[in-house]
Design a protein around this ligand. Sequence first.
Ligand SMILES: [Zn+2]
Length: 166
Amino acid sequence: MQSRLYLARSDGSIAVLDKGNLRKCPFCTELIKPEARVCRDCGREIELVCAIAEEMSLEALQKSHHPSLPPGESVPFQAAKELGRPCKYCCPPDRATRDRLGISPYGDTPEDNEKREAYWLEQLEKLGLFPCLFVLGSSHVTSFSNLLKKSGYKAEIVHAEWWPHS
Ligand SMILES: [Zn+2]
């Protein structure tokens, strides 16, 4: 298999290891320890990353996509595709949804960010595949990992920020 290094533009990532002490085996749904690499029930190997999720919307990716990627596909999406894992864009998909959530049109207020992060968590729960690697902007890393922990998830910050500092 070809090995490839992916560099995503988003500058932070969090590993979400599911709620409490146990997580579901993606193959047989038996409850297993988060650190287990083999399911004790079906004997299958469990990958470290079962899904990738991203602070991104299909709308944004279609409006301005990377010149070398198909419209609607991000770098984490490409990585997930190669791993044979699902990738979920967790941002509100359109203006109508942002209106419903009460996110202001130019909104980057603390209240807007809180609403956005609550929506990401909802999407992660809908996806329901853990461990999940969540790719997001560095300004959200602390607040989103706090929200995850408050909601009972085990969350590890993989990279708070990986831009070189000048
Ligand atoms: Zn299993």
